[in-house]
Design a binder for this molecule. Structure first.
Ligand SMILES: NC(=O)c1ccc[n+]([C@@H]2O[C@H](COP(=O)([O-])OP(=O)(O)OC[C@H]3O[C@@H](n4cnc5c(N)ncnc54)[C@H](O)[C@@H]3O)[C@@H](O)[C@H]2O)c1
Length: 185
């Protein structure tokens, strides 16, 4: 399969890329290297099934072709980290939201309907007091302290948009059904 990994030089992405290549897939990484490191993917640079673009998914022209030609997409590109969240919440919100929206639009514009995985975070549960969280839990925020929750809100938005766009084919649009419908297959 041809697999697109956004943020593929990051902590999680680089390990995922290693695994996908070992499984015999063709892997295309797009990453701006704002965090993550070139060394993380140095071992794959000469791999015949590996390709790489250093680019910002918010502005990169190649995103449309990359998304349209992928069989699967792992969307891991995001501005993350406590320091960045507190120091630059606008960048966190703008990049994470705009990047996801643009990627979903690119997928929707193609005919291939790739299966797509988007990373979220336990941060989305906010002030939830439970010791462990469940996907059925409430998301609890207080108004104010905008910087603190910028990352969580950007992840909530991305997940919501993914579901709403139906570009995510890993879940059926007939939410109560275990079998995916024709549109989601
Ligand atoms: N590591 C964790 O414990 C953890 C926990 C919860 C969720 N997540 C999520 O998993 C994903 C990956 O996290 P990570 O820990 O590997 O982070 P990371 O910072 O190591 O990797 C993120 C990658 O995205 C890239 N990136 C950021 N903005 C970009 C843009 N506009 N265009 C292209 N590339 C861009 C960065 O350069 C970096 O390589 C993120 O979405 C994060 O929210 C991670």
């Amino acid at each position: 399969m041809r697999i697109l990994v956004t943020g593929g030089a990051g902590f999680i992405g680089s390990h995922l890329v290693e695994f996908l290549l070992s499984e015999g897939h063709s892997v295309h990484v797009v990453v701006d290297l704002s965090t993550g490191r070139a060394e993380n993917i140095a071992a794959f640079r000469d791999h015949p099934a590996f390709s790489f673009d250093q680019a910002d998914i918010v502005t990169w022209d190649g995103l449309w072709t990359a998304a349209r030609t992928a069989d699967q997409i792992y969307h891991l590109a995001a501005v993350v980290g406590v320091r960045r969240v507190l120091d630059d919440p606008i960048r966190v919100l703008a990049t994470n939201i705009a990047g996801t929206e643009r990627l979903l639009r690119a997928v929707a514009a193609g005919a291939r309907r790739p299966r797509m995985m988007m990373a979220s975070t336990s941060e989305v549960y906010g002030f939830n007091a439970n010791a462990s969280q469940s996907e059925a839990d409430q998301l609890t925020y207080k108004a104010g302290n905008w910087a603190r929750w910028s990352y969580a809100v950007s992840c909530v938005f991305s997940t919501w948009l993914g579901h709403a766009s139906a570009a995510i084919t890993a879940w059926c649009c007939q939410a109560s059904s275990n079998e995916r419908c024709a549109a989601c297959r």
